[in-house]
Design a protein around this ligand. Structure first.
Ligand SMILES: NC(=O)c1ccc[n+]([C@@H]2O[C@H](COP(=O)([O-])OP(=O)(O)OC[C@H]3O[C@@H](n4cnc5c(N)ncnc54)[C@H](O)[C@@H]3O)[C@@H](O)[C@H]2O)c1
Length: 264
């Protein structure tokens, strides 16, 4: 998929790895200058180097998306270095890993940490960087939610609550910022193959474990998404052609949440 993002400047939070990395690559491949904002400084630097090796402009800015002072500094750095901001992708996120438990066993610390990054992080990052966009009177924001924000899953109280919060935060931002020329949308990925989900249940080399097979049985396409497939949806939302799409939540889940994929 090719779109014309020449002269566009993009910030991708969580762009050092996984879905964010694929988004950063796709934006750079289509002409955008990209700043990867990630808490993992080393990895962000390595990813930025890799993307720049094709001649693109990609820099790494280490930051915690939930740190208000640091994110104001990031906005100043982006503004100082590039003079503008056209695209903001809020992709940084965390979840519980193996220790998935029902709500009465869910640790308050885990709840606070997940809410802080997955929901407050989107808020803090947006409130810091949107003013840079407002100066030019145009822009695109894409928040990465999850199908878990639309259709709750068991044993992930904090994640489902945070991602549902991102859905309505997106809509509220669309109402506030649309009149100011900034279009705000969300992408809700289904299960996506990343280093994290591979370690959690898919297993190495696409040889799905038994646990993964039972999950995949609910997905009409019978497989997880590739990170590039999520990036393509984001690319559509930031493309000049998507100029009337505002407040949408684009589900990219192989049909998982379309209905019950089982025989009755
Ligand atoms: N992988 C999936 O199956 C899936 C499904 C639905 C939604 N999502 C969402 O997509 C987004 C990306 O997920 P992923 O699977 O690629 O994850 P990932 O773990 O591969 O990458 C997440 C990136 O975010 C960074 N990060 C974490 N906390 C941060 C913080 N406080 N500040 C700045 N950066 C931080 C990490 O360092 C990492 O580089 C997340 O919002 C996630 O919830 C993922």
């Amino acid at each position: 998929m090719r779109v014309d993002l020449a002269d566009h400047v993009a910030v991708v939070t969580g762009g050092a790895a996984g879905i964010g990395q694929a988004i950063a690559s796709a934006l750079a491949l289509n002409g955008a200058k990209v700043a990867i904002v990630d808490i993992d400084a080393e990895r962000a630097q390595a990813t930025a180097r890799e993307i720049s090796s094709n001649g693109a402009v990609c820099v790494a800015i280490p930051a915690d998306v939930a740190d208000p002072a640091r994110m104001v500094a990031v906005a100043e750095e982006v503004s100082g270095r590039f003079g503008r901001l056209d695209i903001l992708i809020n992709s940084a996120g965390i979840n519980t890993r193996r220790d998935r438990v029902p709500i009465h066993e869910f640790k308050l610390d885990d709840w606070n940490k997940i809410l802080e990054v997955d929901l407050t992080g989107v808020f803090v990052t947006s409130r810091s960087l949107v003013p840079v966009m407002l100066r030019s009177g145009h822009g695109r924001v894409v928040n990465i939610s999850s199908i878990a924000g639309l259709v709750p899953l068991r044993l992930q109280s904090a994640f489902v609550a945070a991602k549902a919060g991102v859905v309505n935060l997106t809509r509220s931002m669309a109402l506030e910022l649309g009149p100011r020329g900034i279009l705000v949308n969300a992408v809700a990925p289904g299960s996506t193959l990343t280093a994290g989900t591979e370690a959690l249940f898919y297993g190495p080399d696409g040889a799905y474990t038994e646990k993964a097979a039972s999950l995949l049985a609910h997905i009409p396409l019978g497989r997880p998404a590739r990170t590039e497939e999520i990036a393509s949806a984001v690319l559509f939302l930031v493309a000049p052609e998507a100029s009337y799409v505002n407040g949408a939540v684009l589900t990219v889940d192989g049909g998982w949440t379309a209905g019950y994929a089982r025989d009755w």
